[in-house]
Ligand binder design. Structure first.
Ligand SMILES: NC(=O)c1ccc[n+]([C@@H]2O[C@H](COP(=O)([O-])OP(=O)(O)OC[C@H]3O[C@@H](n4cnc5c(N)ncnc54)[C@H](O)[C@@H]3O)[C@@H](O)[C@H]2O)c1
Ligand SMILES: *[C@@H]1O[C@H](CO)[C@@H](O)[C@H](O)[C@H]1NC(C)=O
Ligand SMILES: *[C@@H]1O[C@H](CO)[C@@H](O)[C@H](O)[C@H]1NC(C)=O
Ligand SMILES: *[C@@H]1O[C@H](CO)[C@@H](O)[C@H](O)[C@H]1NC(C)=O
Length: 246
């Protein structure tokens, strides 16, 4: 129960890695706000976990208004903001550069990069105002930021941006006792990967030393570690969890 007494907010909590993260943070004793644009999915996450430590909340991370409301909700509901923020909301809209539409570029940017910025800025500000020490922010990047896969220019650029923003946030927030780290998952078996063409998946499996996709829980375990004080000196890190794929 290394997270007993802690409050966490997890975005993208309605699916995949975010859902697994809610489960493991609750297992470790935290109360968890399960935030997702898809409220039904967040409610399903809470129902699956089946205790009253997980509260679903509708949040669109791409909207300052919505993120600010989520901060206010947590303060009204729990008298303090979360000390753990996990940014797992993310989308892909893959396409080769010459065919990539402005909409697909903007949508991926709004959720993956601007969304992570808004979440971090708003929640870190609330933590600082409420004198929360030992805060931990985990941003979700991707190994794709380093693989530079053709067809993923928009996605890869946002995920590289997440690493850069994380490193800067770690420097700016260290003095407030807030640690900021990023995780770079490899190919994880979630709905996001279901749309990847079979040929690409087989190629990834061949290049991955473990020879298999990762499970969402295998990412969530690393997030739970970064959320806890077991990682009290890990700050500004970008941690690959890829089964060795790089
Ligand atoms: N699955 C992988 O292989 C993989 C690899 C590397 C990185 N990642 C990253 O990990 C994170 C989670 O991925 P996943 O595989 O669990 O994805 P997923 O598609 O299973 O889940 C993403 C969740 O985010 C929610 N969401 C989307 N836009 C949102 C918004 N604007 N506001 C709030 N919620 C929103 C969706 O409703 C969904 O529930 C993403 O940031 C993704 O880029 C995933
Ligand atoms: C949240 O609360 C702050 C401070 O009370 C207020 O300034 C802000 O407008 C609120 N945000 C929303 C979206 O209601
Ligand atoms: C938080 O950090 C401080 C030092 O920064 C430490 O003394 C304290 O034990 C930590 N843990 C908690 C739960 O406050
Ligand atoms: C990641 O985390 C930090 C720290 O809270 C935040 O300031 C930064 O904007 C976040 N977002 C991205 C895209 O890295």
């Amino acid at each position: 129960m290394v997270l007993l007494g802690k409050l966490a907010i997890v975005t993208g909590a309605g699916s995949g890695i975010g859902r697994a993260t809610c489960r493991l943070l609750a297992r470790d004793g935290a109360k968890v706000i399960a935030a997702d644009r898809n409220l039904r999915a967040a409610e399903q996450t809470a129902k699956d976990i089946g205790n009253d430590h997980v509260l679903p909340l509708e949040v669109n991370v791409a909207s300052l208004e919505s993120v600010s409301k989520a901060v206010n909700y947590s303060i009204t509901q729990f008298k303090q903001p979360p000390s753990i923020v996990v940014n797992s909301a993310g989308i892909t809209r893959d396409g080769y550069l010459l065919k990539l539409t402005e909409q697909d570029y903007d949508d991926v940017y709004a959720v993956n990069l601007k969304g992570t910025f808004l979440m971090t800025q708003q929640f870190a500000r609330a933590m600082i105002e409420h004198h929360i020490r030992n805060g931990s922010v985990v941003n979700m990047s991707s190994i794709v930021a380093r693989l530079s896969n053709p067809g993923q220019a928009n996605y890869a650029a946002t995920k590289a941006g997440v690493v850069s923003l994380t490193e800067i946030a770690a420097k700016e927030f260290g003095k407030f006792g807030i640690r900021v780290n990023a995780i770079l998952p490899g190919f994880i078996d979630t709905p996001m990967v279901e749309v990847v063409p079979e040929k690409v998946k087989q190629d990834v499996l061949r290049r991955c030393p473990m020879g298999r996709l990762g499970r969402p829980e295998e990412i969530a375990e690393v997030i739970a570690f970064l959320a806890s004080e077991k990682s009290s000196y890990v700050n500004g890190a970008a941690i690959e969890v890829t089964g060795g794929l790089n």
